[in-house]
Design a protein around this ligand. Structure first.
Ligand code: NDP
Length: 331
């Protein structure tokens, strides 16, 4: 059936300015790391994109290596885009990345100019796009000079392949240096994509201040710690969950008694605030002023609906609640 986007798609989603750029991002963005590969149900992925857009999620995040197999999330997204979203291109922020292993040999990973420019060309082809909105360097490269990597990002913008550039997984010092080089090149770094959630607060230890100083946006990935910070694993490991499916990223043995005890207590706290744990975990990330958008993953449309609903239900945390959260995490 032909997809026509909901007329109410901009009625409730708040948008936040990304650093000091002209670009605004929805408070919730959707990532296609899991559940859009060739191993996944195509129609489920398509339904999730439709529902997300109907709820005001205008930002879809990809990478060259998302799948499995690597590249298939971009190919499937490209097909969904051509079936459903072509006429909405100017309402969408589509990002992709390069940095991790993509093809064999010395030019298929890390941060050389050769790799990055070849990779963005492959990504555009797979997605059937003329340009992406944001192109990221996906992880720092210990060997390639940062000038070369940032120079490639600058070129990718100047050649019309991307409108903005970002970095991901860069530490505080690397971020400062990348921002300086990009500023000097005249292509400011739009955004940092960093891991941040109740269990992993590393950005509070230096990176946040640099992002504020540089007036760079911040989109946080795995804000639910891959599903741990939800009611998914309170009592068991469901077969259809990320851990239950046995993939390499969230392993069953990570869900030990200590983690489960924390999740159960956090869940009780969330319920006492009238929220689910997933809803509380997302609004907690967004309550850090440096965070522009929470980049969630999903395996079902109902999960996206729950998270978006959580923005409406949100009330600021009291200092006692924040202390209680810290106590639970620190146990
Ligand atoms: P999350 O922490 O949001 O975890 C998503 C998973 O949590 C879902 O797949 C689902 O798991 C579960 N979930 C989501 N909503 C709910 C809910 N309401 N109730 C119960 N369970 C829920 O994010 P991801 O780890 O998936 O990462 C998000 C995105 O971030 C990626 O798609 C990618 O775009 C980006 N990313 C970037 C990285 C980088 O290096 N730059 C690294 C990793 C991610 P289940 O399958 O069990 O249902």
């Amino acid at each position: 059936m032909t997809y026509i986007a909901s007329d109410t798609r901009y009625d409730s989603m708040p948008f936040d300015r990304c650093g000091n750029s002209g670009l605004k991002l929805p408070l919730i963005s959707l990532g296609l790391w899991h559940n859009w590969g060739n191993v996944d149900d195509y129609n489920n992925g398509k339904a999730m994109l439709r529902r997300a857009f109907d709820l005001g999620i205008t930002h879809f995040d990809l990478a060259n290596n998302y799948g499995p197999p690597a590249g298939s999330a971009e190919s499937n997204f490209g097909r969904m885009f051509s079936e459903d979203f072509k006429s909405y291109r100017d309402e969408l922020i589509i990002s992709t990345k390069a940095g991790w292993d993509m093809w064999p040999g010395p030019y298929g990973n890390f941060g050389s100019r050769k790799y990055l420019i070849s990779s963005i060309d492959q990504s555009l082809k797979r997605m059937g796009l003329d340009y992406v909105d944001v192109f990221y360097h996906h992880r720092p490269d210990p060997d390639t000079p940062l000038e070369e990597t940032m120079g490639a990002l600058d070129y990718i913008v100047r050649s019309g392949r991307a409108l903005y550039v970002g970095i991901s997984q860069y530490n505080t010092a690397q971020t400062k240096e990348a921002a300086r080089i990009l500023r000097e090149l005249g292509t400011p770094c739009l955004i940092h994509q960093a891991r941040y959630n109740l269990f992993d607060r590393w950005i509070e230890d230096g990176l946040s201040s640099v992002l504020e100083e540089e007036r760079m946006g911040c989109i946080v990935f795995s804000p639910l710690d891959q599903g741990l910070l939800t009611d998914r694993y309170l009592t068991s490991i469901p077969d259809d969950s990320r851990a239950g499916k046995g993939g390499p990223f969230l392993k069953v043995d990570q869900i030990n008694d200590e983690i489960r005890s924390k999740i159960v207590q956090l869940n009780q706290l969330a319920l006492s605030r009238g929220q689910t744990l997933a809803q509380m975990s997302i609004v907690w990330t967004l309550s850090n002023p440096v965070v522009t958008s929470a980049l969630i993953g999903a395996s079902k449309t109902s999960q996206i609906e729950e998270i978006v609903k959580g923005l409406e239900l949100h009330k600021p945390f009291t200092s006692d609640e924040l202390k209680a959260i810290d106590n639970i995490i620190g146990q």
